[in-house]
Design a protein around this ligand. Structure first.
Ligand code: SF4
Length: 385
C-alpha cells in the first residue's frame, strides 16, 4: 500500500459549493461576501489514511476490522467508519472487551497520528493484521527524537499532552530509555526557560507546566543539560519558532555564547499541510473579515491553531465543529480555555458583511459546505449553487 488513490475519498466528501469557492476564492451572496483561503481542508496524510482504510476493507473483506481510536479528529468521518462496521478499541465508542479478545483473524488500523509503542507491541503479540496509516510527516519527529537520544539530548516537544501523536512520541522516547518535556505554549516554554536561567526552582517549574509533561524519572540537574526541540506536526508554526528561540536564549544565558552550541538543537517538524493552511488562513485574516469561521473537530489540533491564527490577527474567529453549531447561539470551542461555549449575537447585522471560512486538515469539504450553507440561510440570504 505504498501508493494510494484518493478519488473515492474525495468523491465521498465532496461539496459542489466548496469546489466553486476553491476555484474563485470568494463569492457575493446578497449582502454577504464569502471568502475561502488558498489552502484548507483534507491534507495528503488524511487522504492517504482514508484511502488505506478503503483498500483494507476490500482486501480483508469479511474479517473483523478495528480502529485503535479515531482515524483522524473528525466526528463525521469516524461515524462513517463505524457505520461501515469498523469497531473502536479505545475511547468513548469502544466495544467493551474487544481489545482483550483480539486474535489473528482481526484487522487493526493504526491512525494517521501513529500509536504508542505499548499499543503496537500489544497488537503484534496478539498476532492481528496491522494496517498502519501513520502519516510520513509524523515519522519525522520520531526520527529526530531518536537522533537526539543517540546524541545524549533530552527532547523538548512543543505539543499537547494526551494528543495521540505526542503520546506516541513520548512512548517512543521512554521505550528507548530517554527523557522528554512537553510544552504546550510559549508561556510554558517561558517557565522552562526561567528555570534553565536559574530564575525559579524545580517545584515552580513543574507546577508551571501542565501535568504529564515530564518523562518519568526525569532528573532536572542531569536531564536538562542538553535539549533538542521538536514540534507535534500540527502546532502553531510561529509559536514553535518562538519556543525554539526562547529556549536557545535560555541555554545561551546558562552555558555561555559558545558552550551552548553543544547543548542545544532545534528542528522544525511542523508538517507542510499545517504550515500551508496556517499561512493561507493568515493571508485571509490579514484582509480583516468581519467574521472568521474555522471548521473542524473540537479535538483537532491543527483546526484549533487555525482559529488562533485568526485571533492573533485581531479577527473574531470561532472554531466550530459543523453545521449544527449555527443558530441563535453559535456553539464554538473557546480558543483559550478549550471549553465548548455558546455565543449570542455572534452574526454582525451590518451589510455588506465579509465572512471568511477555513477548515482543518481533517475536515471534509462536505462539512465545510454545509456550514457555509447554514450561515447563508441563518443570515437570511439565498444561495444558488
Ligand atoms: S496534518 Fe500533517 S501530519 Fe497530520 S495527517 Fe495531515 S499531513 Fe500528516
Amino acid at each position: 500500500m505504498a501508493t494510494f488513490d484518493n478519488t473515492e475519498v474525495r468523491q465521498t466528501y465532496r461539496s459542489t459549493l466548496v469546489e466553486e469557492l476553491r476555484a474563485s476564492g470568494s463569492r457575493l451572496v446578497g449582502g454577504l461576501e464569502i471568502m475561502l483561503p488558498q489552502n484548507f481542508g483534507f491534507c495528503w496524510g488524511v487522504d492517504r489514511a482514508l484511502a488505506m482504510v478503503e483498500e483494507a476493507r476490500r482486501v480483508y473483506v469479511g474479517r473483523p476490522m478495528w480502529l485503535i481510536g479515531s482515524i483522524i479528529h473528525n466526528p463525521r468521518v469516524n461515524a462513517d467508519l463505524r457505520s461501515k462496521g469498523i469497531g473502536f478499541l479505545k475511547g468513548s465508542f469502544a466495544t467493551e472487551g474487544a481489545l482483550e479478545k483480539l486474535s489473528e483473524n482481526d484487522v487493526v488500523i493504526v491512525p494517521a497520528f501513529s500509536a504508542t509503542v505499548e499499543d503496537m507491541n500489544d497488537l503484534r503479540a496478539r498476532g492481528v493484521t496491522i494496517v498502519d496509516t501513520t502519516c510520513p510527516w509524523v515519522i519525522k519527529p520520531h526520527k529526530r527524537t531518536l537522533k537526539y537520544l543517540k546524541e545524549g539530548f533530552t527532547t523538548v516537544i512543543h505539543g499537547t499532552v494526551g494528543h495521540e501523536e505526542t503520546a506516541a512520541t513520548c512512548s517512543l522516547i521512554e521505550s528507548e530509555g530517554g527523557h522528554y518535556v512537553v510544552v504546550y505554549s510559549i508561556e510554558e516554554a517561558e517557565v522552562l526557560a526561567s528555570f534553565l536561567e536559574g530564575q525559579c526552582d524545580e517545584q515552580a517549574m513543574r507546577s508551571g507546566i501542565r501535568g504529564g509533561s515530564f518523562s518519568p524519572g526525569l532528573k532536572v540537574d542531569v536531564d536538562l543539560q542538553r535539549l533538542g526541540v521538536i514540534n507535534q506536526t500540527t502546532m502553531l508554526a510561529s509559536e514553535s519558532r518562538a519556543i525554539g528561540d526562547r529556549l536557545k536564549l535560555a541555554l545561551q544565558a546558562r552555558d555561555g555564547e559558545v558552550a551552548y552550541e553543544d547543548n542545544f538543537r532545534d528542528f522544525d517538524t511542523i508538517c507542510r499541510a499545517t504550515q500551508d493552511n496556517q499561512d493561507a488562513a493568515a493571508a485571509v485574516a490579514d484582509t480583516q473579515p468581519d467574521l472568521y469561521l474555522v471548521v473542524g473537530g473540537y479535538d483537532s489540533s491543527n483546526t484549533k491553531n487555525l482559529a488562533r491564527v485568526g485571533r492573533r490577527l485581531g479577527v473574531p474567529a470561532f472554531h466550530i465543529e459543523g453545521p449544527h453549531c449555527i443558530g441563535d447561539k453559535l456553539q464554538h470551542r473557546d480558543h483559550t480555555s478549550g471549553e465548548i461555549l455558546e455565543e449570542g449575537a455572534w452574526l454582525p447585522s451590518k451589510r455588506p458583511l465579509r465572512v471568511a471560512f477555513t477548515a482543518g486538515a481533517s475536515t471534509p469539504d462536505a462539512v465545510l459546505g454545509e456550514v457555509i450553507e447554514g450561515l447563508v440561510e441563518f443570515a437570511g440570504e439565498t444561495l444558488v449553487i
